[in-house]
Write a protein that binds this ligand. Structure first.
Ligand SMILES: *[C@@H]1O[C@H](CO)[C@@H](O)[C@H](O)[C@H]1NC(C)=O
Ligand SMILES: *[C@@H]1O[C@H](CO)[C@@H](O)[C@H](O)[C@H]1NC(C)=O
Ligand SMILES: [Mn+2]
Length: 420
C-alpha cells in the first residue's frame, strides 16, 4: 500500500516535468501525499513529511508555493494564484488586504477528497495543468499610486511568462490550437485574490498588453463604473481611482471592449445617485443583470400573468442568467471579475460594502459553472475582508469554493482556437 502511493507520487512528479499538457491525469497538486487523508507518518522515508488539510503552510487549495516574483522568477505554470493585498481604495469597511490570506485559509478543504468537480466532470488539480500559488504581489499600504503600479507590474510579469503546457489540439477536429491572444502568444492564466476592487484597473492594464481591449464578465452588487465626481467626489486625481470607479477608468483608457454587447455585470442591486448612473454605465460599455432578475427572468410579464407562464426551462432562474451572459460575451476572450458581495451577506458577510438581497452561494456557483466553454483568460475574486467574517469562515469558504468553480471551468477549456 505504501509502495503504491509513493510510486504514484513519483510517476506524478515525473509526468509533471515531462510537459505532458492537456489530458494528462497525473499532476500532483500536493507536495507530499496524494490526498491529505492518506497522510503518511514520519518514519516512512518514502514520504517527505506528514501533512493534512488542517496543518502545514497554507496556500490556495494546498497547491505548491512557487515564489514566482522572487527566487523562482523563471518557473513556468499554466494557472497561478496570486494575492494583491490592497485595500486603500475602499469606501466603507476596510480590511480586504487580509483577503488573500483569508481566502487561502478558506480553501484548505478543497482537495480533502481529491478535488473532483462532479457537475463539471473535471478534476482541475489532475487535469495535466501545472497550477501553483505564487504568494502575494508586494503592495505598499502607504501610496496608492505606487501600489497600483506594483500590482500591474506583478500581474504582467506572471501573464507574460511562457506557460508550462502546450495548447494541444482541438478535441473535436484534432487540429492544433493557436492562441486567442492579440499578441499571438500562448499566455498562462492568473487568478488574483483581492484586495479591494480597485486592483482590477492595474490588472486590466496588464491584460491589455496580451489581449488588447477585452470583454468582461463582472459579478458585483455595484456598478463600479461610477464617475469619480459621483463616487468619492474626486478631491484629487489619486482619490478619483477607487473601488467604485476603476471600471470608469478602464473604459476611458480603452481597456475594455466598448459597444452594445461586450461587457456584462451580474448581481447588481446597489442604490444609485440617480438614473443617470445607469446611463453612465451604458456609456462604459456594460450590460446589466440585476440580482432580482433571478426570480423573474424568462417569465411572462403581461399584467396578471406575471408568474403564470414561464418560457423554456433554459430561460428562467440561474439558467436564464447564464444564457443572458453567454449571449453578451459569445466566444470572445473574456476576463472574469467576481466581487464576493454579489453573494448575499447571509452567506458572505465579510466584505467591504455589503448589500442585502443577493444571490446565494449555490446560485453564484451554478452561474459560474454555466460559463463552461468560455475563453476565460484570467480572473479575480475581490472584496473579502475576513475581519467581518463569522468564526465559521463563511465568507472565505464561499470565496474559495467560487474560485474552485472558476478553476474547473478554466481547466476544461484551453485558451486556443482552430486556425481558420
Ligand atoms: C496534436 O496533433 C499532432 C499532429 O497534428 C500530434 O503530433 C500531437 O501528438 C498531438 N498532440 C496531442 C497533445 O495530442
Ligand atoms: C462607448 O460606446 C458608447 C455608445 O456607443 C459611447 O456613448 C461611449 O462614449 C463609448 N465610451 C467610450 C469610453 O469610448
Ligand atoms: Mn466591486
Amino acid at each position: 500500500m505504501k509502495l503504491t502511493i509513493s510510486l504514484t507520487l513519483l510517476i506524478g512528479v515525473a509526468a509533471t516535468f515531462a510537459h505532458e499538457g492537456h489530458g494528462d491525469e497525473s499532476q500532483m497538486p500536493l507536495d507530499y501525499v496524494r490526498f491529505p487523508y492518506q497522510a503518511q507518518y514520519p518514519g516512512d522515508d518514502t514520504v517527505v513529511t506528514a501533512d493534512s488539510i488542517f496543518s502545514g503552510i497554507t496556500t490556495f487549495a494546498k497547491l505548491p508555493w512557487v515564489q514566482c516574483l522572487g527566487k523562482n522568477k523563471v518557473e513556468a505554470f499554466d494557472i497561478a494564484f496570486i494575492g494583491a493585498p490592497f485595500d486603500t481604495g475602499t469606501s466603507y469597511r476596510p480590511g480586504a488586504r487580509f483577503g488573500p490570506a483569508g481566502i487561502r485559509a478558506g480553501s484548505r478543504r478543497l482537495t480533502l477528497y481529491g478535488g473532483y468537480n462532479v457537475p463539471l466532470e473535471v478534476n482541475p488539480f489532475f487535469s495535466g495543468l501545472k497550477i501553483v500559488d505564487c504568494g502575494d504581489i508586494p503592495v505598499t499600504p502607504y501610496d496608492n499610486h505606487h501600489a497600483i503600479q506594483q500590482i500591474e507590474n506583478g500581474h504582467r510579469e506572471l501573464l507574460h511568462r511562457g506557460p508550462f503546457s502546450p495548447l494541444g489540439n482541438d478535441s473535436i477536429t484534432g487540429e492544433p490550437l493557436v492562441p486567442i491572444s492579440k499578441d499571438g502568444k500562448h499566455h498562462p492564466r492568473v487568478i488574483t485574490l483581492g484586495g479591494d476592487h480597485t486592483i482590477v484597473l492595474p490588472i486590466l492594464r496588464s491584460i491589455y498588453t496580451a489581449y488588447g481591449a477585452i470583454s468582461v464578465i463582472h459579478f458585483d452588487s455595484h456598478l463600479d463604473t461610477w464617475k469619480p465626481k459621483v463616487f468619492g467626489g474626486a478631491p484629487s486625481s489619486q482619490a478619483a481611482i477607487n473601488h467604485g470607479t476603476y471600471f470608469y477608468w478602464a473604459s476611458q483608457e480603452g481597456l475594455i471592449k466598448n459597444g452594445s454587447s461586450i461587457a456584462s455585470h451580474g448581481a447588481i442591486r446597489t442604490t444609485l445617485s440617480g438614473p443617470t448612473d445607469y446611463e453612465n454605465d451604458d456609456n462604459s460599455g456594460f450590460q446589466r443583470i440585476e440580482a432580482r432578475e433571478i426570480d423573474t427572468i424568462g417569465q411572462c410579464s403581461l399584467p396578471g400573468l406575471m408568474y403564470a407562464h414561464s418560457l423554456g426551462s433554459d430561460q428562467v432562474g440561474t439558467d436564464g442568467i447564464i444564457k443572458k451572459i453567454r449571449e453578451v460575451v459569445g466566444d470572445k476572450p473574456v476576463y472574469l471579475s467576481i466581487d464576493i458581495d454579489s453573494i448575499d451577506p447571509a452567506f458572505a458577510p465579510a466584505t467591504g460594502t455589503p448589500e442585502t438581497g443577493g444571490w446565494s452561494t449555490r446560485e453564484l456557483r451554478t452561474i459560474l459553472r454555466g460559463l463552461d466553454g468560455l475563453h476565460i483568460v484570467s480572473a479575480d475574486l475581490v472584496e473579502v475582508a475576513p475581519a467581518y467574517d463569522t468564526n465559521a469562515e463563511l465568507t472565505t469558504m464561499a470565496a474559495a469554493d467560487v474560485l474552485f468553480e472558476v478553476l474547473s471551468v478554466m481547466a476544461k477549456t484551453p485558451l486556443g482556437k482552430v486556425k481558420n
